[in-house]
Design a protein around this ligand. Sequence first.
Ligand SMILES: NC(=O)c1ccc[n+]([C@@H]2O[C@H](COP(=O)([O-])OP(=O)(O)OC[C@H]3O[C@@H](n4cnc5c(N)ncnc54)[C@H](OP(=O)(O)O)[C@@H]3O)[C@@H](O)[C@H]2O)c1
Length: 249
Amino acid sequence: MRHLPATMARSSAEALAAWSGQALVVGAGGIGQGLADALKALAPGLQVHTAGPARGDWRLDLSSDASLAAFLSSHGSQLRPLRLVICCAGLLHGAGLQPEKRLAQVRRESLERSFAVNAFGPLLLAQALEPLLERDHPLHFASLSARVGSIGDNHLGGWYAYRAAKAAQNQLLRTLALEWRRRLPLATVTLLHPGTTATELSAPFRGGVAPERLFTPERAARQLLAVLAGQTPEQSGAFLAWDGQPVPW
Ligand SMILES: NC(=O)c1ccc[n+]([C@@H]2O[C@H](COP(=O)([O-])OP(=O)(O)OC[C@H]3O[C@@H](n4cnc5c(N)ncnc54)[C@H](OP(=O)(O)O)[C@@H]3O)[C@@H](O)[C@H]2O)c1
């Protein structure tokens, strides 16, 4: 028996061990690379590929239609049969982009940049990959959202662009889950909140996070896989945290 993480129930580990086919992780950053590494250890029946604008096996920029088309034409045939997709692309800060503390800091360009990656990216990835999917083949399509994208749970304010883009992603993928329930009945779409994890994305903002509440990317990845492995097509469209608990929309 392979090494099982302490946080992973035996049923989840057995589900992962039974998955076979191709797996694509988009966004080979902290959590994405952690997921790719964990999949290689826990799901030996999967062939795991990573993609992203700068890191990963293959180049893919989700904010560019041309990049999505080129990606499909170069690698589409290597992705059959597609068993698992995890979109780990995310944008919170970067050159000329900082989360807003107040209304005066909101910029049209920042809203557009955030929505291009955090909201539209996962949906357009699903659209690009859809021609590879078959009705009688199981698929898990997961995307990393964030609890700060929850409208019901927003008690702090701030971070307009990132919050709104993650909320929009949730609605877009919930809508996709309903469409695929009819057209691809073996597909399971899941939105995942990883918990605060020590990556480049969270680095400037985790000063106040207690050490026991800050996950390593390796731990976050294994917790997310345990949650994902327990999801079935009947549960498609859920928004779940790292501990398997539903997050309010
Ligand atoms: N870390 C946390 O505490 C935390 C909490 C809640 C939610 N999340 C979410 O978890 C996900 C993973 O974040 P992380 O913490 O692992 O951050 P990270 O290390 O900064 O990784 C972010 C990834 O997004 C990719 N990306 C950015 N723009 C992209 C684009 N246009 N097309 C494709 N990929 C793009 C980056 O690709 P390159 O490396 O190739 O540039 C990078 O691999 C994100 O969706 C984030 O919002 C993280």
